[in-house]
Design a protein around this ligand. Structure first.
Ligand SMILES: Nc1ncnc2c1ncn2[C@@H]1O[C@H](COP(=O)(O)OP(=O)(O)OP(=O)(O)O)[C@@H](O)[C@H]1O
Ligand SMILES: [Mg+2]
Length: 182
C-alpha cells in the first residue's frame, strides 16, 4: 500500500465487519509538532483482551478464507516506518479505536492519498451505516457527518447519485482550504 488512505479503508472495513453502525474516521495534521494522527473508531462488537493480544500477532485472524490477517500489521508497519506507532483500544460490546501516528516530515511516511475518495466509497458502499469524517490541519477543521445529512434527506438513501454527488462536492470543497500537505 502506497497511500495511507488505503490503510484507512482497510481498517474501516474491519469496523464494518464488526457490525458497527457508526464509524468515525479522523485525520489530524499538526505541522508545528510534525505529527500526523489517523484514528478509526467504531461502535462494533469490540474485542476481548485476549483477542486484542492476538491481533498484534499477524497470524491471528477470524476470517476463514485465508489464515493471515494483514490489515492491522500493515497499518502498524506504515506508522513505525515513519517514526510513529499504532495503538488499539477495544471494549467488548462498546467498540474499537485504532490510532496510528506518523512523523509528518519523515522520509518514509507514505502520502495520505485520496481520503475524500475513501470516505466517499465507504458511504456509497454502506449507505445503511453512519460515518463521521473529521479532518483537522493546524486547528482548521472540516467535518462530514452522515447522521446530520440523513436528517435533512429524510427517506432518500445516501447512495442516491444526486446525494453522492453532493457528498463528493462537499468533501472536495471542504478539504481544499485545509491545504493539506500530507
Ligand atoms: N474494529 C474491529 N472490531 C472488532 N474486531 C476487530 C476489529 N479490527 C480487527 N478486529 C479483529 O482483528 C482481526 C485482525 O484484523 P486485520 O485487519 O489485521 O485482519 P483481517 O481483517 O482478519 O484480514 P485482512 O484485513 O487481511 O482482510 C480481525 O479478523 C478481527 O477479528
Ligand atoms: Mg482487516
Amino acid at each position: 500500500m502506497r497511500e495511507l488512505s488505503l490503510n484507512v479503508l482497510d481498517i474501516a472495513q474491519n469496523s464494518i465487519s464488526a457490525g458497527a453502525s457508526l464509524v468515525t474516521l479522523s485525520v489530524c495534521e499538526d505541522t508545528a509538532n510534525d505529527w500526523l494522527t489517523l484514528t478509526i473508531a467504531d461502535n462494533g462488537r469490540g474485542m476481548t483482551p485476549e483477542q486484542l493480544d492476538r491481533v498484534r500477532d499477524p497470524f491471528y485472524t477470524t476470517r476463514t478464507t485465508r489464515k493471515v490477517g494483514m490489515g492491522i500489521p500493515l497499518f502498524r508497519m506504515a506508522a513505525e516506518m515513519a517514526g510513529g506507532g499504532l495503538t488499539i483500544e477495544s471494549v467488548v460490546g462498546v467498540g474499537t479505536t485504532v490510532t496510528a501516528t506518523f512523523c509528518l516530515s519523515h522520509i518514509d511516511r507514505m502520502p495520505l492519498g485520496d481520503m475524500a475518495g475513501t470516505v466517499s466509497a465507504l458511504i456509497r458502499l454502506n449507505p445503511q451505516l453512519d460515518f463521521l469524517y473529521r479532518h483537522e490541519v493546524d486547528g482548521n477543521v472540516f467535518e462530514l457527518d452522515t447522521r446530520a445529512l440523513r436528517e435533512v434527506l429524510e427517506d432518500v438513501p445516501l447512495c442516491e447519485p444526486d446525494v453522492m454527488e453532493w457528498i463528493n462536492g462537499t468533501l472536495a470543497e471542504g478539504l481544499l482550504p485545509l491545504n493539506s500537505q500530507a
